[in-house]
Design a protein around this ligand. Structure first.
Ligand code: ADP
Ligand code: MG
Length: 258
């Protein structure tokens, strides 16, 4: 058994010092594991991803990425490594694409490698073009974000995160603001990442997708993990009444059989 990539132990997060957005969350993530985090709005899903990425300080418990404690920005660990450097290995994609409107696609992709990694730019450029090819956007390298559809922008945002060669990807409702006909093209990219062995934490309201892609599901409510387990049994026979009620709010489409 290899060590988990990521280990959360009794994590407590409170924004106001009173209510807990995360209430003693414990979770281990192994290499190549795909975990969907689902639950009602406000239950703490985004907070969970943001704390993992070091974007939010926590008030209790611990988060470890390999052997390093996830720290708030600007701090160093005992070995003197800035968290900023460690965090490059954690890719994150949001609901809003957050591409720079004044930069074309390839320059959006090169920004991270340029600023943070001081990488060899011709190599990074090749890598960017290869990744664009993988997501079907090889002919859009010179386009500006305003010239792209929502689905195309989100595929570029995924590629931008991949440019840093992350060990784990955190996806926060990345199809939530897309028109229905564009959801598929984005989810297909995520499915391919999973097939290639990318470790992922995925927050989604696409239940059929979560069922198809996940090794494990984490169901949250009110800052706590209410139920967790392999995807298939969870969707087939949720153990808790809370999860059953949640799943019933979706018009649930079973994935097609092979
Ligand atoms: N920046 C913030 N400041 C204060 N409270 C917040 C902030 N972000 C989220 N919250 C609160 O924390 C709880 C969890 O929110 P969130 O993680 O966004 O849930 P979800 O992503 O599951 O919808 C909610 O009660 C929300 O109102
Ligand atoms: Mg959210």
């Amino acid at each position: 058994m290899t060590d988990p990539i990521l280990r959360l132990t009794d994590v407590v997060k409170s924004y106001d010092g009173k209510t807990r957005a995360l209430d003693e969350i414990s979770l281990s993530v192994n290499r190549s594991e795909v975990i969907s985090i689902i639950g009602p709005s406000g239950c703490g899903k985004s907070t969970l991803l943001r704390t993992v990425n070091g974007l939010e300080p926590i008030q209790g418990g611990s988060i470890r990425f390999h052997d390093r404690a996830v720290a708030a920005p600007g701090t160093k660990d005992a070995a003197g490594t800035k968290w900023q450097q460690v965090r490059q290995q954690i890719g994150m994609v949001f609901q809003s694409y957050e591409l720079f409107p004044h930069l074309d696609v390839i320059d959006n992709l090169l920004l991270g490698p340029k600023v943070v990694q001081k990488a060899d730019l011709s190599e990074a450029r090749e890598r960017g073009l290869a990744l664009l090819r993988r997501v079907g956007l090889e002919d859009r390298a010179d386009a500006f974000p305003r010239q792209l559809s929502g689905g195309q922008k989100q595929r570029v945002a995924i590629v931008r995160a991949l440019m840093m060669q992350p060990e784990i990807m955190l996806l926060d409702e990345i199809t939530a603001s897309l028109d229905p006909e564009m959801v598929r093209e984005v989810l297909d990219v995520v499915l391919e990442l999973a097939r290639d062995g990318m470790t992922m934490l995925i927050v989604t309201h696409e239940m059929a997708f979560a069922r198809a892609i996940s090794d494990r599901v984490v169901f949250m409510d009110a800052g706590r993990i209410v139920e967790t387990g392999p995807a298939e049994p969870f969707f087939e026979h949720p153990r808790t009444e809370r999860a059953r009620r949640f799943l019933n709010t979706f018009e649930f489409e079973a994935p097609e059989k092979d």
